[in-house]
Ligand binder design. Structure first.
Ligand code: ADP
Length: 407
């Protein structure tokens, strides 16, 4: 179809055109890219060494012949339409490996099919007779293989991530159901052992009373652990949607919840300006409360000081709670964030070892990080980050560069 018009063009003498093309394009002879030049009648005017290597066709064999005889791929209408635009309009064309077969199919030394990216540039033909098509064919086999294996790796990573999320959600659900359903029978055990202790303590000997007391104590501890486990599992399953939260207000709420302890310990609290962020308000209060109550609990002999501060960093806010208490050996810095991990006995300090695990879970739900810097008797600084560019629930961006100075 379109070809007819190409062929009807009055063309110069072939030998002259070949000689002119050789002078013009000889610089491309040894390029590591396949180059050939085509005239409107599909006669090959130039063929470089790289193509000879790929096809075993020397330039003597192919120059002057009609390309379509050796490489019929080019006869497909999708190529012909684009080539007409090159020859007549001077427009460039790109035949990408994703959408096109190779124009010059070739096999690599390892037997693999060469994947080609072909760019066609229009260059003015001799004697102003339209354009020649200068084909540049790049071997993109390695690149394509690398991209494909990278994509496969990415797919596998996404699948593993989805699987991890699914199993985390399942575990969370399990912890929730188990702790929720265990509460009722445990309450029965606790109240009946307490009843037993109250009603029959004067009828039993000392040994029996000690045993009952152990049972009461054990049941009470188990109840505390299960309550904590339930709180922990609720962080992920029953959190509130994020909203604009002024950290100063969350901190003040946490401090007012700890009022009695604060008075008992006579802690000196220093509050630096804190940012406004996107967060679950109740969880932010819980976070501050857990960290500050630990600062109060793990105090030293020194008068207790607790400092809460923040710093703007590139993509997030850095917030810290610093105390001058007993501190932690650096080797325990990660362990203390695990559920039910404690560094002390119940006799030394009360607690179940869940406070920091809850903090970690809250912070991870908000897309941040939490860690501690400390040494024995040197106090502890608990740092956490909160992202600045959390999306609002209505899809808008929140400007989180605000710091409340008026504390
Ligand atoms: P709990 O206080 O119930 O033990 P947490 O998860 O809150 O549970 O803390 C885990 C452990 O981390 C504590 O047992 C304690 O040893 C250590 N810890 C936490 N906060 C501090 C702190 N501010 N100073 C020293 N040690 C701390």
């Amino acid at each position: 179809m379109e070809l007819q018009s190409h062929e009807q063009v009055q063309l110069n003498n072939l030998d002259q055109d070949i000689a002119a093309a050789n002078t013009k394009f000889s610089g491309l002879d040894y390029a590591p890219v396949g180059f050939f030049v085509l005239r409107q009648d599909f006669r090959v005017l130039f063929w470089n060494h790289c193509l000879t290597g790929w096809t075993q066709l020397s330039s003597q064999e192919i120059v002057g012949t009609d390309l379509r005889q050796q490489f019929p791929n080019i006869n497909q209408p999708k190529y012909l339409v684009r080539l007409k635009q090159v020859f007549q309009g001077g427009f460039p064309a790109i035949f990408s490996p994703q959408l096109h077969q190779s124009v010059i199919p070739s096999i690599l030394p390892n037997g693999q099919r060469c994947i080609q990216q072909t760019t066609v540039t229009a260059v003015p033909a001799a004697s102003n007779q339209g354009f020649y098509a200068l084909f540049a064919i790049q071997d993109v086999t390695n690149l394509t293989n690398r991209i494909q294996s990278y994509q496969a790796e990415l797919r596998e990573r996404k699948r593993a991530e989805a699987e991890l999320q699914r199993s985390n959600a399942e575990l969370e659900q399990f912890a929730y159901v188990a702790s929720h359903d265990l509460r009722e029978p445990l309450r029965m055990v606790t109240s009946f052992t307490q009843l037993l202790a109250q009603r029959y303590s004067n009828q039993l000997d000392d040994e029996a009373n000690t045993i009952i007391n152990f049972a009461v104590d054990g049941a009470a501890r188990m109840q505390a652990l299960i309550d904590d486990l339930l709180t922990f599992s609720r962080v992920g399953t029953q959190g509130n949607p994020f909203e604009v939260v002024d950290c100063k207000e969350s901190l003040n709420l946490a401090l007012s919840n700890l009022q009695i302890l604060l008075q008992e310990t006579q802690a000196d609290i220093t509050k630096a300006p804190l940012p406004i962020v996107m967060a679950d308000p109740a969880q932010l209060v819980q976070l501050f409360q857990n960290l500050i109550s630990n600062a109060l609990k793990y105090r030293s002999e020194r008068p207790l000081t607790v400092e809460i501060g923040s710093e703007s960093q590139e993509n997030h806010w850095l917030i810290w709670v610093r105390d001058n208490g007993i501190g932690i050996k650096p080797k325990y810095a990660e362990r203390i964030f695990l559920i039910f991990q404690r560094l002390h006995t119940r006799q030394q300090y009360s607690g179940t070892g869940i406070g920091l695990a809850i903090c970690k879970k809250i912070i991870e739900r908000h897309g941040g990080r939490i860690w501690v810097e400390s040494a024995p008797d040197q106090g502890a600084i608990f740092y956490f980050t909160l992202p600045k560019n959390n999306l609002r629930s209505d899809g808008g961006f929140l400007l989180t560069s605000l710091v409340k100075e008026d504390i």
